[in-house]
Unconditional design. Structure first.
Length: 132
């Protein structure tokens, strides 16, 4: 059973990191690294992120991603639409289940973006940490 309730992962800390800053490292015990981009990071061999789960389903839709990167929608509109996509699908509940099953106390959301503070990671971090 999947859940969308942040209380299902009490005590979980959520952190956002750039993929390129963690290459060739492994998560420490209790951490779950999740690559949340739909596309694999350019120029990165999969072996260099061997400790990370790649969750394409949690990423924004291709249409929304292209609209945001193309400047067709504002950051606020992107955030709103991404939240709606997550609410309509099962990816957020599935990720919460994975966090709970793994017993992770820290979730590290990995993105390739040069500016992670202006990416889907902010929305997802808020939702997973229960600050939303």
């Amino acid at each position: 059973m999947t859940s969308n309730d942040p209380a299902d992962a009490p005590g979980t800390t959520v952190r956002v990191e750039r993929v390129y800053d963690v290459l060739d490292r492994e998560p420490v015990p209790g951490e779950l690294w999740v690559l949340i981009d739909r596309l694999w990071p350019r120029g990165v061999a999969k072996a260099r992120l061997a400790g990370a789960l790649w969750d394409r389903d949690i990423a924004p839709s291709t249409e929304l991603r292209r609209a945001y990167h193309g400047g067709e929608v504002s950051e606020a509109t992107f955030d709103e639409r991404y939240r709606a996509e997550l609410a309509q699908g099962s990816a957020l509940g599935a990720l919460r289940d994975r966090i709970r099953v793994d017993g992770a106390h820290t979730v590290v959301l990995l993105v390739a973006s040069k500016e992670p503070q202006h990416s889907q990671a902010v929305v997802l971090s808020d939702l997973l940490s229960g600050t939303e």
